[in-house]
Design a binder for this molecule. Structure first.
Ligand SMILES: Cc1cc2nc3c(=O)[nH]c(=O)nc-3n(C[C@H](O)[C@H](O)[C@H](O)COP(=O)(O)O)c2cc1C
Length: 273
């Protein structure tokens, strides 16, 4: 297991991002109105400063070409009218980059939510070549996913409601399914699991599973990777949600990557009692 550099969210970030967790919902139809320069500057600064892992980063695209988002089935599920975008990048040669991209990217998504902006992780229906161009990739980097950024139109169109069940909360797995036998776990673990439950994942598959082992909490993945989006990326998103909620109840700790080649993604090592 390899330790990650200590670049945990600050207490202020922890509070603000955790408050955004229940507010966030994937939105795909935008009103086309530009995001304010002040909000774009805030997000740009975060993209540049929040780099807990060396092999993952987010690039803000202030003016996003509509062609970045290609529809799943013609116009179905297509993102429309987004003035700006986020591009989630990683360096795949290094082990663990998928979860690093998920962790880092979700921080920017939650900051956007805290600013009152709407987003949607997109791992399937995107133009990777165009995304790479607008994000100005460095050698070795790859586009893992993108997100529209802007203000969603008040009412989701019929196609969006039909496809994604917009309007009611997305179905989530029970805590007992995500973490069997977790009823007696410490407060920080219970708080973390609640925040994980509402995390976004590709096709809402919620592939993360948790088990307590030697005083640490191991997150592992269940299911099969789909083209474009790995289960590990989803698990990285869950890791950020977990960390925010655990820290907020005083449960400091650190994520340590699991060795490559197993279903285990990382282990949360609590600090102190
Ligand atoms: C890594 C990742 C990739 C995703 N890819 C797509 C996509 O290609 N197209 C899409 O419409 N939604 C995509 N989604 C959004 C999910 O469908 C959504 O997060 C999930 O259904 C839960 O809904 P919620 O985000 O509103 O809570 C993706 C989500 C994640 C985390």
């Amino acid at each position: 297991m390899e330790e990650r550099p200590d670049m945990s969210p600050t207490m202020e970030q922890t509070r603000s991002w955790l408050a955004a967790v229940p507010q966030r919902r994937s939105r795909r139809t935008f009103d086309g109105v530009a995001v304010t320069e002040a909000d774009l500057d805030t997000l740009d600064a975060l993209c540049r400063s929040f780099r807990p892992y060396g092999d993952a980063r987010v690039v803000l695209v202030r003016e996003a070409p509509e062609a970045l988002f290609r529809g799943i089935l013609g116009s179905y599920g297509k993102v429309v009218g987004a003035p700006s975008a986020l591009v989630f990048l990683g360096t795949p040669a290094e082990d663990g980059s998928d979860q690093h991209v998920g962790f880092t990217g979700e921080a920017v998504v939650l900051e956007a939510t805290a600013l009152g902006l709407d987003t949607c992780w997109i791992g399937g229906s995107l133009d990777r070549k165009l995304s790479a161009q607008v994000a100005r990739l460095m050698p070795g980097e790859r586009v893992f996913a993108i997100s529209p950024l802007g203000h969603a139109k008040g009412e989701a169109p019929f196609s969006e409601r039909l496809l994604f069940g917009w309007g009611k909360p997305k179905k989530r797995r029970a805590i007992e399914e995500l973490a069997p036998g977790s009823a007696g776990w410490p407060t920080w673990a219970a708080a973390g699991l609640e925040a994980v439950r509402v995390a976004p994942s590709a096709m809402n598959r919620q592939p993360w599973r948790f088990r307590m082992e030697d005083g640490g909490l191991v997150v592992s993945s269940q299911g099969v990777d789909t083209p474009g989006v790995t289960l590990a990326l989803d698990c990285g998103i869950a890791m950020l949600h977990f960390e925010l909620a655990a820290r907020a109840v005083g449960g400091a700790g650190v994520w340590v990557d699991a060795d490559a080649g197993s279903r285990d993604i990382a282990r949360w090592l609590p600090e102190g009692p």
